[in-house]
Design a protein around this ligand. Structure first.
Ligand code: FPP
Length: 259
């Protein structure tokens, strides 16, 4: 396909999106950087650095589509087990990307948030992240949530600890604990639950990511490796989501009012 036809197909996909049914929160597991690099006989870090371009394309597409919250799984609590050179390289990439992109984030009115065990990140990474969170705090456009040193099991364990402390201190009784209490003690308390979860690279797993919050998310898996994930790929995922019927435990006739 020549580039002119490609551009037409892209515009067509974008036009098909129903602006009234765009998910307000999309969560992404950005997978496949290592395989993308290996396919080109390159080091894994080469894939991660091209992954940053995919992040930028995705943020642009999310803004254009009218998404309000975009959560990206940038580093899991399990990722520390990777070879030290890869972990160090990833941390350096995060620091450099945050520093480099901050002016653009301000220009685009994008607000940065962090979820995960941020205190345990290397000092420079933590400082740049906190600086970006503080600097962008009044931005009113897309909320870009970076899951860094994050896992659901870690987050839920912390929530249980914090709730039990309140019970022990007499601020709460165990009978008063509801689903809302738990949601309010998660790192994601300020954000609505994701309606759409995307994972790239053909892997069919949730990998300890937003397990509570994605209880009713629509799951979308694509074989595209993360560095190749384009604006068009995000629009395709949104279109796929818009074709689904979200029943939340009810039956179809209740949703379509044809009972
Ligand atoms: C998974 O691919 C990817 C990661 C663990 C890191 C993702 C991080 C980035 C794209 C950098 C983002 C930077 C910012 C500031 C948001 P993998 O390494 O598991 O790939 P593989 O499964 O092919 O080995």
């Amino acid at each position: 396909m020549n580039s002119c036809v490609n551009a037409e197909v892209f515009m067509d996909i974008k036009k098909q999106i129903d602006k009234t049914k765009v998910p307000q929160h999309i969560a992404i597991i950005m997978d496949g950087n290592g395989r993308w690099a290996q396919k080109q006989d390159q080091e894994r870090l080469f894939g991660h650095s091209f992954g940053v371009d995919a992040v930028k394309n995705t943020v642009k597409a999310a803004r254009e589509a009218g998404v309000r919250y975009l959560t990206l799984y940038a580093f899991s609590t399990e990722n520390w087990q990777r070879p030290k050179a890869e972990v160090d390289g990833l941390m350096e990439l995060m620091v450099n990307t945050i520093i480099r992109e901050l002016p653009e984030l301000m220009e685009q009115e994008i607000r940065i948030h962090g979820i995960g065990n941020l205190e345990a990140l290397p000092k420079d990474c933590k400082e740049e992240l906190y600086h970006a969170i503080e600097t962008t705090k009044d931005n009113k456009n897309l909320n870009l949530i970076l899951a860094l040193n994050y896992s659901s099991k870690w987050e839920l364990t912390e929530a249980v600890k914090s709730i039990s402390k309140k019970v022990k201190a007499g601020e709460l009784t165990s009978e008063e604990i509801t689903e809302t209490t738990i949601s309010e003690h998660l790192n994601t308390a300020p954000f609505p639950d994701p309606e759409l979860l995307i994972r790239t690279s053909g892997e069919l797993r949730l990998s300890n990511y937003l397990l509570w919050q994605c209880s009713y998310a629509e799951l979308y898996f694509t074989d595209v490796l993360w560095p190749d994930f384009s604006e068009e790929d995000l629009f395709k995922a949104i279109l796929d989501y818009q074709q689904r019927e979200r029943r939340f435990g009810k039956i179809s006739a209740q949703i379509t009012n044809t009972l």
